[in-house]
Design a protein. Structure first.
Lengths: 305, 353
């Protein structure tokens, strides 16, 4: 059943979708390997969801080709459907059913028994909420349930469309732990998000999208490295006067912003060693470039999710 | 089969837990049934209140059969004196007072209610004649027998039960279809199901089967209550009401689908369904008979699927028509369902804009 490791789970070639004059997706191509955790990152309206829905087979591409597990997804391909799991943006549940009834219903759609369904409920930490109707669950609990419903039939590929949207930061962090475990069993995971930190924390590779196009595609670390952006080190001002900081080898610029002296450098190891010798490490903070800087570099504008 | 059962079960639970739709499908129409059944059930004339003064030998001496007949017409009380009895009649607390004056039966009655006065007069006269004939010891030469003719105008409960049942089924079928389509579209559940191995046919047939079962349950409740509490009497081919209800359910579901396809929100869909069903119920004779209505109203009325369902159910459930009387209405209802479903499918969108 499962594909050979390293083989492509998803191949996307020249995908395009227009709604009237609006170009939602413009010539998008990429490949997702089996077992990979793949992220599509971009601000709202970047074309992430449309891309995902074309890959899933919900929308017909105007141009281009999708192969999912080696098969076309349009028109609706019933052979493929038991092998994929989806979580859609809105909470797609039956009305007035409890969490347990929901997942058991979804399990039955895939001919999976109730025991398996209950196990998944346990796995996403919702056993205590099993008897609660979905209308009364919190945003985070709903997302957990949606993810469990997407996985209940043990699919080879899972699509998660903004699984952490509209939930509070604490619940978001908790959800990350669950998401991280999803591709443990060699499962391929495709996730869209507009959170930079989420993409950095979870994804093996990230496609950064804006205005319907893929701007860059690589691992988060490689994307940041490729930026050749300086590292910013903040030091407590009373420990290190500005003029001393300026004399340290490798420091390109020094700012004093009131609460801290900020050193900019491209050789952080050299600078940090010197700071240690000066014994000014107390309260020190290092801030490396993030995907946000990558986005700024790529588009010339601030990232606004 | 597992998937079909799971979806059907999910819809059933969703329905039973939705207090609003339960209310409109069952409780609300039943309230009308109780109201109409209770209010209009006094048509069978109540008994005539009769006051006997002292011993009335003629009445006391009636044979058992005649006594029964007497008691069916009169509710008898006793008074000690004629004055007291006449005073009771005068006050309107009784309709007539009778006393024996030798061999003569004297009746004192008011003309306030002429029908009752006539019944009193005629019935008492008949009893006196009967007693005279008995006293002669000769067998009667002429006898009298009655044969009841079923009046075309029905007793209230006979008329309102099929009509209100039709209305109840129309409401729950149309609302159910409209709310399901709209709600599932807005929550993206339709999309989610599209990406599961379940076919559209399975989902649609689960919804149809549940709605038909709800309609049959409504029928059981209405007919059960009508028979046990309000004296509803079903006629021979009442069972043809079952295929009628199935066909009716399909046409009201098609209206609900249309409302669900047109409206943008779930509330909008339910309101639109209501907007279609309530006027239709009035124009289809669910609440009152349309026999005396003008021709143009009859024509408009014949365009409504509910009119045909109501007519068909009246014919087979209470008018004693044969099973064939339901065939034409069933055909019309199915044709209506097919046409409206086609329109709804053309207007259908997978998701909210």
């Amino acid at each position: 059943m499962s594909a050979v490791a390293g083989e492509a789970a998803i191949e996307v070639l020249g995908l395009a979708k227009r709604y009237g004059d609006l170009v939602a997706v413009d010539d998008v191509s990429f490949t997702v390997g089996t077992g990979e955790f793949f992220g599509i990152l971009g601000p709202n309206g970047a074309g992430k969801t449309t891309t995902l829905e074309m890959i899933e087979g919900l929308r017909r591409p105007d141009e281009g080709e999708v192969r999912l597990l080696g098969e076309p997804t349009w028109p609706r391909n019933p052979r493929l459907l038991p092998r994929i799991g989806v979580q859609l943006q809105a909470s797609a549940f039956f009305e007035r059913l409890t969490a347990r009834e929901q997942i058991r219903t979804f399990a039955a759609l895939y001919d999976v028994g109730p025991t398996r369904a209950d196990e998944w409920l346990e796995q996403v930490g919702l056993t205590e909420k099993a008897g609660t109707r979905t209308e009364k669950l919190s945003g985070g609990q709903l997302q957990r349930l949606a993810i469990a419903c997407a996985l209940v039939h043990d699919p080879e590929v899972v699509f998660l469309d903004e699984p952490t949207a509209a939930i509070d930061p604490q619940a978001r962090r908790n959800l990350w732990d669950l998401l991280r475990s999803l591709n443990d069993a060699g499962r391929t995971v495709v996730l869209t998000t507009h959170y930079m930190d989420e993409a950095e924390a979870l994804c093996d590779r990230v496609a950064i999208m804006d205005r319907g196009r893929v701007l860059q595609l690589d691992s988060p670390a490689a994307l940041v490295r490729g930026l050749d952006a300086p590292v910013r080190i903040s030091v407590a001002p009373q420990l290190l006067p500005v003029e001393d900081a300026e004399r340290i080898t490798g420091v390109e610029a020094v700012e004093h912003d009131g609460s801290a002296v900020v050193l900019t450098t491209r050789v952080p190891s050299t600078v940090l060693t010197r700071l240690a010798e000066l014994e000014v490490l107390e309260g020190l903070a290092v801030k490396a470039a993030t995907l946000e800087d990558v986005f700024l570099d790529l588009t010339g504008r601030e990232y606004r999710a | 089969m597992t998937a079909f059962r799971a979806v059907a079960l999910a819809i059933v639970k969703g329905f039973l837990r939705d207090k609003m739709s339960m209310f409109f499908a069952v409780v609300f129409p039943l309230m009308f049934l109780v109201l109409f059944g209770g209010v209009f059930n006094y048509e069978s004339s109540p008994k005539i209140d009769l006051v006997e003064v002292g011993d009335v030998a003629l009445v006391d001496g009636l044979s058992a059969g005649a006594k029964d007949a007497f008691d069916q017409t009169f509710a008898v009380t006793h008074a000690a004196s004629l004055d007291a009895a006449v005073a009771t009649v005068r006050k309107g607390d009784a309709d007539a007072a009778i006393e024996m004056s030798g061999d003569t039966l004297v009746a004192h009655y008011t003309q306030t209610d002429q029908v009752k006065a006539a019944i009193t007069q005629g019935t008492l006269d008949a009893f006196v004649n009967g007693a005279n004939q008995d006293a002669s010891g000769q067998p009667p030469r002429y006898t009298f027998r009655t044969e009841r003719v079923e009046d075309k105008s029905l007793k209230a409960i006979q008329f309102v039960t099929p009509g209100l049942l039709g209305w109840a089924v129309a409401m729950s079928a149309a609302f159910g279809a409209a709310a399901t389509l709209q709600g599932w579209r807005n929550s993206k559940l339709l999309r989610r199901l599209q990406l599961s191995p379940v076919s559209a046919r399975t989902v649609v047939s689960a919804r149809v089967v549940v709605t038909v079962l709800i309609a049959l349950l409504q029928m059981a409740i209405f007919v059960g209550l009508g028979m046990s509490a309000f004296g509803l009497q079903l006629t021979g081919s009442w069972w043809m009401a079952i295929p009628l209800l199935v066909a009716g359910t399909l046409s009201f579901m098609s209206l609900g689908l249309l409302a669900g396809a047109l409206a943008k929100t779930q509330e909008g869909a339910v309101n639109l369904a209501n907007f279609l069903v309530l006027p239709m119920a009035f124009l289809s004779g669910s609440f009152f008979p349309l026999e005396g209505s003008p021709d143009w109203l009859q024509i408009v009325s014949k365009l409504m699927p509910l009119r045909h369902l109501n007519d068909g159910m009246l014919d087979v459930m209470v008018r004693g028509q044969g099973p064939g009387a339901a065939l034409a209405p069933i055909g019309i209802l199915l044709a209506f369902a097919a046409v409206v479903t086609l329109i709804a499918v053309r207007l259908f969108r997978w998701e909210a804009d």
